[in-house]
Design a protein around this ligand. Structure first.
Ligand SMILES: Nc1nc2c(ncn2[C@@H]2O[C@H](COP(=O)(O)OP(=O)(O)OP(=O)(O)O)[C@@H](O)[C@H]2O)c(=O)[nH]1
Ligand SMILES: [Mg+2]
Length: 332
């Protein structure tokens, strides 16, 4: 996924200046003064039009084709930037490219027909003026696309085909600590809720298979409409990427949320996502409940290996089914 490779989108003013600057360096020598003037003027108009076209085409090609995106990326793009406004602005670029090409071609054909030097100069100025005015009309779209570019770069690259464990739960329960313990990810860990604000991805290998582990922002037990952007991102990862969910409960209350609230969310997750859910109780170094759920401590590492083993056993059993589901997904 090449979200990170989208170049900075220049402003309309910058594009115009760049094109005019490039073209002003061009001179086509000819022994006959008239041809020298005409060919130079024509080459300059052509260069302005070509420079603008090349810059704009680069943007259109660098942005993803949203309709072909994997659902995870599509939904995240929708949340972060809004897909339709982006498509509209990209459409604006197409419109501008066509206009610029048409203005250039019309003026060039008129320049070809005349033998009058001052008409040539007049036509060149008129082409420049009209092209600049069309590009200026694109200013709001270019500004918006640059904002989109800065947002879209934050979308993490995920492996849409690797078997994937998504770690979820209330804020501050130790999700990032577990992901760090069992995978290559290095998420931030801190003693306050909503430390993790986006999706973080790590991997581990087992018997030559690469497994993906995804750390998610904490979710509160509330309806989707009430959720903030961080919580929504967690829901999107659960919905579109998880082959298995590890749901962490902190029964000690150190996270700042009651076990009852966390149980409520756990039930919602179980009902909403049709993949196996392993429920684990964390922070066993502080205190343990009497429940028969697996207990871990990401602080000491106790119990984490047992959870990974269980997750692997379930996923390896489900592997053929997962492949069938993945085949249904469109992948960029
Ligand atoms: N004593 C103890 N503290 C833990 C354990 N696991 C995590 N913590 C602490 O709990 C706090 C939150 O840990 P994180 O891993 O950041 O929790 P999180 O669920 O990712 O939090 P958010 O990203 O804010 O949702 C940190 O202060 C950790 O040091 C554990 O097993 N035992
Ligand atoms: Mg976290």
């Amino acid at each position: 996924m090449a979200f990170r490779n989208i170049p900075t989108v220049l402003t309309a003013e910058e594009i115009i200046n760049k094109a005019f600057r490039n073209s002003s360096k061009i001179t086509i020598n000819d022994r006959e003064h008239f041809y020298w003037v005409r060919n130079t003027a024509m080459a300059r108009v052509q260069a302005v039009s070509q420079t603008i076209d090349a810059v704009l085409l680069k943007y259109v090609e660098a942005f993803p084709s949203f309709d072909r995106l994997h659902p995870f990326y599509y939904e995240l793009a929708e949340l972060l930037i809004g897909v339709n406004p982006t498509k509209k602005s990209l459409g604006g670029i197409d419109w501008c490219r066509k206009q610029v090409a048409a203005i250039a071609s019309k003026h060039l054909s008129q320049m070809r027909k005349t033998r009058n030097e001052s008409t040539i100069e007049h036509l060149r100025e008129s082409a420049y003026g009209r092209i600049a005015s069309v590009v200026k009309q694109l200013a709001p779209d270019l500004e918006f696309l640059n904002k989109v570019r800065n947002e879209i770069r934050k979308i993490p690259t995920v492996d849409t085909v690797a078997p994937t464990i998504v770690v979820a739960g209330f804020p501050n329960v130790g999700k990032s600590s577990l992901v760090k313990l069992i995978s290559s990810a290095t998420p931030e860990i801190a003693p306050y809720p909503f430390t993790t604000k986006g999706i973080h991805v790590g991997y581990f290998e087992h018997r030559w298979v690469r497994y993906q582990v995804i750390d998610t922002p904490g979710i509160l037990d509330r309806p989707l409409e009430k959720m903030n952007d961080a919580e929504r991102q967690a829901m999107m990862a659960l919905k579109n990427l998880a082959n298995l969910i590890i749901f962490i409960i902190d029964p000690t209350g150190h996270c700042g949320y009651s076990p009852e609230e966390q149980e409520g969310l756990m039930e919602t997750v179980r009902k909403t996502f049709k993949v196996p859910v392993i429920v684990v109780e964390n922070k066993s170094d502080i205190s343990k409940t009497e429940s028969d759920r697996p207990k871990i401590s990401t602080a000491t590492g106790a119990g984490a290996d047992v959870i990974v083993k269980e997750a692997l056993a379930i996923m390896r059993k489900d592997m053929p089914k997962m492949e069938a589901i993945r085949d249904d997904h469109m992948i960029l």
